[in-house]
Design a protein around this ligand. Structure first.
Ligand code: ADP
Ligand code: ZN
Ligand code: ZN
Length: 795
């Protein structure tokens, strides 16, 4: 008797073990792996995913049967199901959460769990009569509820929940011939003008063989309904796709550019691997403006011409609209775009266009690595060094790893592109694991812009203020006078404006987190960026009562105000989280700058990426080194990448550009190598430092975090985890901690962590799997355990 192996969605029962279910005879033909089903679990039905059909059960007890099947066809094919399993194994995550990550929101395997109070004790735990577990974001509250469920004080009700909504349009299908329509019109009363007009329209459509959507015909719907009753027309609901880029329909496509002598061998080498179906990884190291994007487009074109498909990842689409436009501009509706800026409906439709083979090229951010393309011929990851490719929440995966795994499955090459490759990738190229390809020069042999380093320790004394050196001000003034544009970067990494008392040094802190509150000038409040706590700016120091409490540091709003004061003739456009919060806000600001409606674009990290404006001839960096002070082994790498990227924004067209970097650490190697556009020099120097400190890429790393509402409980738990972990390690492993987390308290939870650095630990995977399995138990007691393979930082 065949059984279905089902991974169920029950938060109180997190496990990687599939459950066996009998397939009722009525469903015998229709159940396949990759389908969502509804199955009995405990005393109720829950959602699940069929991951396999086995000939016989492994479970020896009495089997329950599948209640119903949600999908007419699998939503995950065999390759993607295997990928979900691999993802769970390699990221130490639950299988169900991997499946959720791979599906669009509308197809989530989702049981809506509602908790109801069952006893007076339970009532005290619930503020509302019913609380949805799925919607709970407060982990402390959730843990409390789960404890209540475990003790029988609370009851969970599971509700079925199917959000997949297909959008339809009503089409009119003419049922008569034009001659018959004329006959019908002749039989109408003389004053039936509306009906006569409709018959004429239907007759025209019948003659032209059209079955148009009523909405597009601009005619009211009522007469159609009446006509349908009389048998003149049939109204048919047809599915339509929600199109996130309607403006592209019918737009003229761009044509490939003749490749330069540098680009040609790159395209030839990669397309040879596509043709040979070789899963080779190429690291394309190309300076900004060297024509990497054109190379990607031509490789994709060749893969498509060979009958294959292509998957391209970009860091964050909201930040790189120009890149998306270049791909859609070349390939039109063959492209599906997947990113968080789309509505759930748009995402669902784009996903189905891919699944049905209607879209052959996918461009998307991190999670697009799971796009349901088949027959993939090439994978491309642009700006491969970007941190946004790593997911911070479970499953804690890196999109690069997912792509490499899929590439091996499909027998397809991968192109990792960057002007500043991650140390990991560059080191692999060094060892011959990846093939290094280079685009060393900008298109048209334009020189890289000259970079001037300003020592702010001197400049501050001269100019009397901390934001602008005289050199930078003069350069900005000069560009305004010449009607050229400037980009100003405010490095916000590890830095924000906070309120400090100049008398006693008190910094206003969040009451829930060990973190200082950030100043928001637009609302005149202080806000916690972690828990959302908000309070008014104090006039007196809460600690000593002094009135000399004021903001400190360089916020974008403060710099904007300063700029307006110092350069009143310059039109400044500010781009930061506040001005880009609305959907599409980022693209609108960029378009405005592109239309030359501002002289200076002032912004945080988000302006460093992918901008290509021909009139930008000056790039200024206000504070290059704020990120360098972070206790993070990647701090120098991040600073170097940021400075190199932003410098690449200057002088992209025929006008030469220049760069001014203000810093308090003019001699730091991350800054001096950036000045000379010397990636190679930086790479050697940084590798030596990583080697000495036993850091990646010389060592692998794992970070384990435990949190609990009680500091004591959290500390106890981390020591017990440390013991389990160490028992499975060789003496060669380096264990850091347990230590309190970099932010020791967040949302009133206490964090402790352990970091392990290692080169070869045969038993580590089994130990971590064992720890993951035990989290179900500890979760009931209010603990949260996170396992992070290759964390972005140790803090
Ligand atoms: P990157 O992605 O490396 O920063 P781009 O692909 O954006 O570089 O190329 C920089 C500029 O050079 C763009 O304006 C692009 O249109 C142009 N370009 C790229 N390849 C060619 C080519 N083969 N011939 C002419 N112009 C090109
Ligand atoms: Zn907070
Ligand atoms: Zn004070």
């Amino acid at each position: 008797m065949p059984v279905a192996k089902v991974i169920v969605d029950v938060p109180t029962m997190q496990t990687n073990r599939p459950y066996d279910y009998e397939i009722p005879t009525a469903l015998a033909e229709s159940v396949q792996p990759g389908m969502r089903v509804w199955v009995p679990f405990g005393h109720r039905d829950v959602a699940g995913m069929v991951v396999a059909i086995d000939a016989a059960p492994t479970f020896t007890g009495e089997l329950k049967s599948i209640s119903s099947v949600l999908d007419p066809a699998p939503v995950l094919n065999a390759e993607l199901l295997a990928l979900a399993h691999w993802l769970a194994d390699t990221t130490y995550a639950f299988w169900i959460s991997c499946i959720q990550t791979m599906l669009p929101t509308m197809l989530k395997v989702d049981t809506d769990k509602t908790v109801t109070a069952a006893t007076p004790a339970g009532e005290a735990m619930l503020t509302a009569p019913e609380v949805s577990l799925t919607a709970m974001t407060d982990q402390t509250e959730l843990a409390k509820l789960l404890r209540g469920v475990a003790s029988g004080d609370l009851v969970v009700h599971y509700r079925r929940h199917d959000r997949a909504k297909v959008k339809t349009e009503t089409h009119a299908v003419p049922l008569l011939t034009p001659a018959e329509y004329s006959k019908a019109a002749a039989a109408l009363r003389a004053n039936a003008t509306q009906q006569r007009a409709l018959l004429q329209t239907l007759s025209d459509w019948a003659a032209a063989g059209q079955q148009p959507a009523i909405a597009e015909s601009q005619l009211p719907r009522a007469p159609f309904t009446a006509a349908a009753k009389r048998g003149w027309v049939r109204l048919e609901e047809r599915e339509v796709y929600r199109d996130p880029y309607p403006e592209l329909r019918g737009a003229k496509l761009t044509t490939p550019l003749p490749l330069t002598a540098d680009q040609q061998p790159v395209v030839a080498t990669v397309t040879a691997a596509v043709a040979a179906r070789r899963a080779e990884t190429f690291l394309l190291e190309g300076v900004t403006g060297s024509g990497k994007t054109e190379v990607y487009l031509q490789i994709i074109a060749q893969a498509i011409a060979a009958g294959r498909t292509a998957l391209m990842l970009v860091p964050e689409i909201a930040l790189t609209p120009q890149m998306v436009h270049r791909v859609t501009g070349r390939f039109g509706r063959q492209v599906a775009v997947l990113h968080s800026g789309l509505s759930d409906g748009e995402k669902f439709d784009e996903w189905r266009r891919i699944q049905r083979g209607e879209a052959k090229i996918v461009v998307g951010a991190r999670s697009a690595a799971f796009a349901p393309l088949t027959n993939i011929g090439v994978f491309i990851i642009d700006e491969e060094h970007e941190t946004s490719y790593k997911q911070d929440d479970a499953p804690r995966y890196h999109a690069r790893d997912v792509v490499l795994h899929r590439a091996a499955t499909f027998g397809a090459p991968v192109v990792l592109g960057s002007a500043t490759p991650s140390l990991e990738s560059r080191a692999r190229a060094e060892k011959g694991v990846y093939t290094l390809l280079r685009l060393p020069e900008r298109i048209n042999q334009q020189p890289m812009p000259p970079v001037t380093i300003i020592d702010m320790r001197d400049a501050m004394k001269k100019s009397g203020q901390e934001d602008f050196s005289q050199e930078l001000l003069t350069a900005l003034q000069d560009r305004v006078a010449r009607h050229e544009q400037s980009v100003l970067l405010l490095n916000r990494r590890g830095f924000s404006s906070f309120v400090m008392c100049r008398e006693c040094g008190y910094v206003v802190q969040c009451p829930n987190c060990d973190i200082s509150l950030t100043l928001h000038m637009d609302t005149h409040t202080l806000r916690c960026h972690y828990c959302g706590h908000e309070e008014p700016i104090p006039h007196r120091c809460p600690s000593c009562g002094s009135t000399k409490i004021r903001y400190y540091g360089t916020g974008t709003q403060k710099v904007e105000a300063k700029l307006n004061e110092l350069l009143p003739e310059a039109r400044v456009l500010r781009m930061d989280v506040d001005t880009t919060r609305k959907k599409g806000g980022h693209a609108k600001l960029l378009a405005k700058f592109g239309r030359h409606e501002a002289d200076i674009l002032l912004g945080t990290q988000m302006i460093a990426k992918g901008l290509d404006f021909p009139d930008v001839t000056l790039v200024g960096v206000i504070n290059a080194d704020t990120g360098l002070g972070l206790p993070d082994f990647r701090a120098s790498e991040r600073t170097f990448q940021l400075l190199t990227q932003v410098s690449g924004r200057a002088g992209r067209a025929d006008k030469p550009g220049s760069v001014i970097i203000q810093t308090f650490n003019p001699d730091h190697y991350a800054i001096t190598y950036a000045k000379h556009h010397d990636y190679e020099g930086f790479f050697r120097r940084e590798m030596a430092i990583r080697h000495l400190g036993h850091y990646p890429p010389y060592y692998f790393t794992i970070k384990l975090t435990v949190s609990h509402q009680s500091a004591e409980q959290a500390a106890k738990a981390i020591y017990s985890l440390a013991k389990t972990l160490k028992a499975g390690l060789t003496p060669a492993a380096i264990v850091l901690g347990p230590t309190p987390g970099a932010i020791a308290r967040l949302k009133n939870r206490y964090y402790y962590q352990i970091v392990v650095k290692y080169t070869r630990e045969p038993k580590l995977a089994a130990t971590l799997t064992q720890i993951l399995d035990s989290t179900q138990q500890s979760g009931r007691q209010g603990f949260q355990v996170a396992i992070d393979r290759e964390p972005q930082s140790f803090v």
